[in-house]
Design a protein around this ligand. Structure first.
Ligand code: GUN
Ligand code: ZN
Length: 444
């Protein structure tokens, strides 16, 4: 860390932030071409137009001035990602169920070894930081030591992270199975150890209905009742064969989402990956219960899963809260820019464009809201934790060239989400401290 946490510092330059969902509120989007963000003790203590904020700033406070091609935004929020799958990104040729068996369940077995878990957790979090992702909701493996390694590495970086031990008691290799009781006990012990310790939060994590018995889903629901401020994360309605399989295993359930509903696993702070093939009735139930969905477009394209309709899901009389997930390792990029790039293309194929203002909302405050942590992170607002980025909008020759002809911030953001990647993430501040120094050298 290059400075003490307590020191007051100010950043003067352009910023973009949100005060709400731009779909519901046309005042939600905020752009200041000359803004001031003031940080102390890891929190944002003032933010606004520089002309309004400067008179209140004590003269002793150092001010960093951004350049004209730089832009401050809140740190990105990745609502659905698997750290143990970092090493199987780009595994060729299969759709979900074969991909799980051929690649995922093989890679996840290595996390029985704490050294391996430790190495991958460190790499994963550094890669998140390099890409400007300061918060993520993360699947570990069935091994408690995979969760310990992850939270230890997150704590060392002081990142706001959500994670949980995967629960699986059937339909996976023996080495990856727990049991209903063991999964419950191990999750409970991990909650006691990590939940709300520093910036860590625990998510009860049944992998998906087909790999849990009814007993295990019941135990997961019971644990959530005992620990209601934990999150729940899982997968739903990603792939047609998966859906058929899930329904065949739970023949009494009306639909896929109903499986989770019956075991008390829907509600606020529950977030399900994908939801591509949910019916109107299932979306309605997400709306009623406050259950969120994580849209994972790079993964959905990579596994040939389908086109999630973000517009339909978020609009109408029964909107569902959504966030964005990279879903690494089925996802093909750690970059939220590239995730937005794909989200835009998927939206086009569904017959609706996604505006850049909506897109950056989903990558920041919308994601935080989907995870129930919008009180802590997701925007440049007084009282929030100072997780923010300085983007370089001219990071590549093409971006620099293209930015010369953009006419307004909306267009500039759209070029960013189309052309940018980790090279555009110049500085990453985590709780007010610069966190991406020395991360750009390739490591083995
Ligand atoms: N469904 C169950 N497990 C997984 C997983 O690891 N990745 C994806 N994309 N879908 C899943
Ligand atoms: Zn996933």
């Amino acid at each position: 860390m290059s400075h003490s946490r307590g020191q007051v510092r100010a950043f003067r330059g352009a910023y973009v932030t949100y005060q709400g969902n731009p779909l519901a509120d046309d005042q939600a989007f905020v752009y200041e071409s000359d803004g001031l963000v003031v940080v102390s003790e890891g929190l944002i203590i003032a933010v606004g137009p520089a002309t309004a904020e400067l008179p209140d700033l004590p003269p002793s406070v150092p001010i960093q001035r951004l350049k004209s091609h730089q832009l401050m935004v809140a740190g990105f929020v990745d609502c659905h990602v698997h750290y143990p799958q970092t090493q199987i990104m780009g595994a060729y040729g299969e759709q979900l169920l074969d991909w799980l068996n051929q690649y995922t369940f093989v890679a996840e077995q290595q996390f029985a070894h704490p050294e391996h878990a430790n190495k991958v957790a460190q790499f994963f979090l550094d890669e998140c930081l390099r890409n400007g992702t300061t918060t993520a909701s993360v699947f570990c493996t069935v091994h408690p030591q995979s969760v310990d390694a992850f939270f230890r590495a997150a704590t060392a970086r002081n990142m706001r992270m959500i994670a949980g031990k995967v629960l699986m008691d059937r339909h996976a290799p023996d080495a990856l199975l727990d049991s209903a009781q063991r999964g419950y006990d191990e999750s409970k012990a991990l909650i006691n150890q990590w939940h709300n310790k520093g910036r860590n939060a625990y998510a009860i994590t049944p992998r998906f209905a087909p790999t849990s018995t009814p007993d295990q889903l019941a135990a997961a629901g019971a644990l959530w009742q005992e620990q209601p401020d934990c999150l729940v994360q899982s997968h739903v309605a990603e792939n047609p064969s998966e859906i058929d399989w899930a329904l065949s295993l739970f023949p009494d359930c009306r639909n896929y989402l109903d499986i989770y509903d019956r075991f008390g696993l829907l509600g606020k702070r529950a977030i399900y990956g994908h939801g591509i093939w949910l019916s109107d009735a299932e979306r309605m139930r997400c709306h009623e219960t406050g259950t969120a969905l994580a849209h994972c477009p790079t993964s959905n394209g990579f596994l040939g899963s389908g086109l999630f309709d973000a517009h339909k899901t978020q609009s109408g009389d029964h909107p569902v809260t959504i966030g964005l997930g990279t879903d690494v390792g089925a996802g093909t990029s750690f970059s939220m820019f590239q995730t937005l790039n794909e989200a835009y293309k998927v939206a086009q194929l569904n017959g609706h464009a996604m505006s850049s203002i909506q897109a950056f909302y989903l990558a920041t405050l919308g994601g935080a809201k989907a995870l129930g942590i919008e009180g802590q992170v997701g925007s440049l607002s007084v009282g929030k934790e100072a997780d923010f980025l300085v983007l370089n909008m001219a990071a590549t020759p093409l971006m620099r060239f293209r930015m010369q002809t953009v006419e307004d911030i909306e267009e500039a953001l759209f070029v960013l989400m189309t052309l940018a990647d980790d090279r555009a993430v110049e500085k990453v501040y985590v709780a007010g401290c610069l966190a991406n120094q020395d991360l750009n050298a390739a490591k083995n």
